[in-house]
Design a protein around this ligand. Structure first.
Ligand code: FEO
Length: 619
């Protein structure tokens, strides 16, 4: 039976999922399966954007038959000739013998290598920027060589502003009914697999990924449609920001990956002690993997995530332990750069794994090797404890000056939490491009004391929401009863998408240790927070976060909503009513709207953007 989803009136998802495949490309474990996306556009001419893997051909052809309703298929675009997308092309030709195949010259070389049918008879060869019109829709083609094969291209529907992005922005993991990224908790359920997919499949080709990011940056995009995983209808900055970091080999987070290979548990013991010493030194983000039991694709992915990597390996047959050597060669092959690396070696009679590990990694660009190698003879003894402590200190000292990775409890003043009320706060964040913004919120609540965690609610329409979703960090400044109305005009009544809210406000804000602004005027405290989880509540997202810094700024009382309405918000000037007209006053900002009758249901206050329900009729 067919299984499709409508994306818009003309465009349909006709792909399928495979939860049975154990190894993608016979190489990468798929604990959550994989989706093969394919898209059918029903225009004056019908056009299919890519096929699927042969494992899911049954439902794929049922999907096509169901939607085409005996219409013929006019075109199929082959963005990528790899068999996970193209294996069903031969069957497609048998079912639709008149279909035209759209691809570039390299696509047709690949098709001829994989298939025996007469490809030239079907070929429509396109070049960079060529356009095919199917009626209402206009499809433009851009090459994306090596993302992930040389023939890859992406397709832009300039009518709908849809970018069909081939493998780019894809992820492992099946689509379980919810095919859109905004229908799922992407960061919780897909981000790790998106990173593992990117790093293992195209991690080596950062320069080429940068090229396609640049090429598509000038396109207005309303929907981003990869060939694997969820389809993006909003928050493109989130996945594109990740691609920006991954493709430039910039660490996504400050933290330590410890990868160890241990035959009898002694090297593992040293790795665990190091992790404890790092945690005692305030390092929050530590990931550990026994490389003998974890597939290298998972460890490689974490190596792209973190700024620091410790490799701990026993010496084995005068070499590096086999599973560690496999990992190191994999990291080498994927061109990782810009990392700080340290080693723990072990050897009962001739330890030399550090030298050999370093030899493999030395060609990696911009890699800093810490000199404090721990060298064990069989097991951890008292003297090696001192070496492990020294390595932990060296790692901590090498973190960036922002200290974002390090939490010092003393930086968290308990009294700052006493300033939280159901009041008004300035919430600030930034993104990977360094864009800062902020907005006004009214919901901040402390939920636990050990560790110190808070929850905030923020309207998804706010630009600051998108910044937090990307950066996973924010500051919240508690406002006081001394607040002046201009702070609400600045942070509440304009959008950070088109305004720099800090312009002209430089003297009234500073940066905390996480690099974000907090407000110093009209404020009594601020909290710096790292997001732990995000829960979607329709119009709003609840972010639960751990507090990394908290500071009292003044003893002025916190501002309640009631105080704001009674004393800070300007009183509306009673406007002389024009006969036959109604006057509405915004409860939030005081804006006056004259109207011939009832305000329309979709009315939005032009000043503060609050809805009709916040407009009061002046009587
Ligand atoms: Fe999804 Fe490169 O194939």
């Amino acid at each position: 039976m067919h299984n499709t989803r409508k994306i818009n009136d003309d465009v349909f998802w006709v792909g399928a999922n495979d939860k049975r495949l154990s190894l993608f490309e016979s190489a990468f474990p798929l604990p959550n399966g994989i989706s093969y996306n394919s898209f059918l556009v029903l225009d004056e001419k019908t056009i299919l954007l890519d096929c699927v893997d042969k494992a899911v051909s049954g439902v794929f052809f049922e999907n096509l038959n169901f939607l085409l309703q005996n219409r013929k298929l006019d075109y199929v675009v082959i963005s990528h000739a790899e068999p996970d997308h193209c294996a069903t092309l031969g069957q497609l030709i048998l079912r639709f013998p008149d279909v035209k195949i759209i691809g570039n010259a390299r696509t047709f070389c690949m098709i001829k290598q994989f298939f025996d049918f007469d490809a030239d008879k079907h070929a429509v060869v396109v070049k960079e920027g060529d356009e095919i019109v199917t009626g209402k829709h206009r499809f433009v083609f851009y090459t994306a060589a090596m993302v992930h094969w040389p023939e890859v291209m992406v397709t832009y529907d300039s009518t709908d502003k849809y970018l069909y992005s081939a493998d780019a922005f894809g992820t492992f993991g099946t689509l379980n009914g919810n095919i859109f990224a905004d229908e799922v908790d992407f960061d919780r359920d897909f981000l790790d697999e998106a990173r593992r997919y990117y790093t293992n499949i195209v991690g080596k080709y950062g320069v080429q990924v940068q090229a396609i990011l640049k090429k598509t940056s000038s396109l207005e995009i309303s929907v981003l449609l990869p060939l694997h995983g969820p389809i993006w209808r909003k928050n493109f900055d989130s996945i594109m920001g990740k691609y920006q970091k991954w493709s430039t080999y910039t660490p996504e987070e400050e933290g330590v990956l410890i990868a160890y290979a241990s035959v009898y548990g002694n090297t593992e013991n040293a790795a665990n002690i190091l992790a404890t010493k790092l945690a005692e030194g305030g390092i929050k983000k530590i990931a550990m993997f026994d490389v003998s039991v974890t597939h290298p694709s998972f460890v490689l992915s974490q190596a792209f995530r973190f700024s620091h990597i410790v490799f701990a390996s026993t010496t084995y047959n005068s070499n590096i332990f086999i599973s560690m050597e496999t990992l190191l060669q994999d990291i080498m092959a994927h061109n990782l750069q810009n990392r700080t690396v340290a080693f723990i070696e072990n050897g009962s009679w001739a330890a030399q794994s550090e030298r050999l590990m370093k030899e493999i990694l030395t060609p990696l660009k911009n890699t800093t090797f810490l000199e404090n190698t721990v060298s064990l003879k069989s097991s951890v003894k008292q003297n090696s404890l001192a070496e492990i402590e020294n390595l932990a200190k060296a790692i901590i000292a090498s973190f960036s000056k922002s200290g974002a990775a390090i939490v010092h409890e003393s930086k968290v003043e308990p009294n700052a939490f006493f300033k939280i009320t159901y009041g008004l706060f300035v919430l600030t964040s930034n993104n990977s491009s360094g864009k800062n913004s902020g907005c006004i919120i009214n919901t901040v609540m402390q939920i636990t004391d050990q560790p110190k965690q808070i929850v905030i609610a923020i309207n998804k329409a706010n630009y600051t929401h998108d910044l937090i979703a990307e950066s996973k960090k924010f500051n919240v400044t508690s406002l006081t009863t001394d607040s002046r109305f201009d702070i609400f005009e600045r942070f509440g009544f304009q959008s950070g998408r088109d305004t720099d809210k800090f312009a002209g406000f430089e003297n009234f804000c500073e940066k905390s240790e996480n690099g974000l602004y907090y407000i110093t005027r009209d404020a009594n405290s601020f909290l710096s927070c790292d997001v732990i989880s995000a829960t979607d509540y329709g119009t709003h997202t609840l972010f639960v976060a751990q507090v990394s810094q908290a500071m009292v700024l003044s003893n002025a009382p916190s501002l309640s909503y009631q105080y704001y309405f009674d004393h800070i918000k300007p009183k509306p000037v009673v406007k002389q009513q024009t006969p036959g007209k109604r006057i509405y006053v915004c409860k939030i900002c005081g804006y006056i709207q004259e109207s011939d009758g009832e305000l329309p249901d979709d009315y939005i206050c032009p000043l503060c953007k609050h809805p009709k329900s916040d407009m009061e009729l002046q009587v």
